[in-house]
Design a protein around this ligand. Structure first.
Ligand code: CMC
Length: 424
């Protein structure tokens, strides 16, 4: 007999099924609770609510484990490429040599974007934040590929939308940056790998020959892998919930990009560097900022610290910290901001407030430093996160559709006025 939990309400005992995951994670299925008792559950921020079952990513926040489709993030970052990891997340298995070569060719074929998208881009004021531009351009793809509007079309059609998006996002991201700085956009170079092509579109200028440094291209590839999925976080849940209304893939991903933008989520990498630079400008007194972070009357938070699920260490932060050291050494960069970061980390790891609340450096604490070393401008940090997270969003959207999940529609407990007459 399957396991159940008992809940006593209003003198009645209600049996609720228990769901067990492949890593022995347990959940109480309350989906029928309202029907049998009239009660709903309440959990602002979904801190203790599983919104779905999923076979894509396993994360154990206490042990600091992150695996995509069973493979550890450490192994994938060390031995696989971002496109292989994308394939793994979306299709469930690592590709064979033939599958990988076909996949790479397909992605390469679709890197160009419609010239009219350039016109849309030119309509944005320069200085527009690239995240806003990126979200809008992704949404605009629905207009250029109207067949993508119906996610219930054949699998081949959906798969084509997936490949187009993976191929075009780097082009749109680089163009959003060129727009921000008022430079002409570069067209994709299909002779290059995914990251070298992106770097060329970002940094090449008409007057100079540009060749991506392999150290930079490899580091970027690793960073994208580390960001590729993270189960039901804010942006991924957004993608799934938008997609649950049968909105198109492009519309769902555009919403995910907006959700990622906030400084408590993907926007933290930009916020970390801005914070470190402010501390440096203010004389480098890290203790002063530690005190501000602990002061409940001060809105300041130590950006890049704390995580909803990691309560021991963030495995991505470990890999990135080492990669940041390697890249800085290889490129011969001595970044004073890194010293401030190290000082903050050292104090925070011993500080009672941070230890008690299990606040450790997260992926964004070091990713900003490495992006800076790679020459990526601050306003593009969160865009880099979006490029990395794209295959995860796609895989989660696809899984949600394949599982035929119902439309996402939480309940609430109303606390406003009772019925009152409108006396006029
Ligand atoms: N600095 C100072 N205090 C903090 C911080 C911080 N960075 N993070 C959490 N706290 C405190 C918070 O004030 C609360 O204290 P108390 O119990 O006394 O009220 C306690 O720790 C628990 O915090 P919470 O806000 O209830 O935790 P949460 O799970 O809702 O929030 C978080 C998680 C990531 C939003 C939060 O830790 C935070 O704002 N961190 C800074 C932003 C950041 O680095 N975000 C990137 C996350 S990693 C990238 C990603 O995957 O999105």
């Amino acid at each position: 007999m399957s396991e159940t939990a008992e809940l006593k309400i209003d003198g009645k005992t209600i049996e609720l099924p228990i769901v067990t995951g492949s890593e022995n994670e347990k959940a109480i299925d309350i989906s029928k609770l309202r029907g049998s008792s009239g009660y709903v559950t309440i959990d602002p921020g979904y801190k203790n609510t599983g919104s779905t079952t999923s076979s894509i990513t396993f994360l154990d926040g206490e042990e600091g484990i992150l695996r995509y489709r069973g493979y550890s993030i450490e192994d994938l970052a060390d031995k696989a490429s971002f496109l292989e990891v994308s394939y793994l997340l979306i299709y469930g298995e690592l590709p064979t040599t033939e599958e990988y070569s076909k996949f790479k060719t397909e992605i390469t074929q679709h890197t160009l974007i419609h010239e009219d998208i350039k016109n849309i881009l030119e309509g944005f004021p320069s200085n527009s934040h690239p995240m806003g531009v990126l979200s809008s351009l992704v949404s605009s793809l629905t207009a250029f590929y109207p067949e993508s509007l119906d996610p219930n079309r054949s699998w081949d059609d959906v798969d084509l939308s997936i490949k187009r998006l993976l191929a075009k996002l780097p082009t749109m991201a680089a163009w959003a940056y060129k727009n921000e700085i008022g430079h002409p956009a570069n067209y994709p170079d299909n002779s290059l790998d995914y990251c070298s092509n992106f770097l060329k579109m970002m940094f090449a200028v008409p007057s100079e020959k540009y060749e991506a440094d392999p150290v930079i291209a490899n580091a970027l590839d690793k960073l994208l892998i580390l960001h590729a999925d993270h189960e039901q976080n804010c942006s991924t849940s957004t993608v799934r919930i938008v997609g649950s209304s049968h909105a198109s893939l492009y519309a769902s991903i555009a919403a995910g990009i907006s959700a990622l933008w906030g400084p408590l989520h993907g926007g933290a990498n930009q916020a970390v560097i801005e914070m470190l630079e402010n501390i440096k400008k203010d004389g480098g007194d890290v203790k002063k900022y530690m005190a501000k972070a602990k002061d409940k009357n001060d809105p300041f938070r130590l950006m890049g610290f704390g995580h909803r699920v990691y309560k021991n260490f963030d495995p991505r932060a470990r890999i990135i910290k080492k990669a940041a050291d390697d890249v800085l050494n290889k490129l011969g960069i001595n970044d004073p901001v890194l010293e401030i970061a190290k000082g903050l980390e050292e104090i925070a790891l011993k500080d009672e407030y941070f230890v008690e609340r299990k606040l450790y450096p997260n992926v964004d604490f070091y990713s900003g430093i490495i992006y800076r070393a790679l020459g990526i401008p601050t306003s593009m940090f969160t865009v880099m996160f979006a490029m990395g997270r794209l295959p995860g969003w796609i895989a989660q959207w696809k899984e949600m559709r394949e599982n035929k999940e119902p439309i996402g529609r939480p309940r609430q407990i109303y606390t406003g006025s009772n019925h009152r007459p409108l006396n006029r």
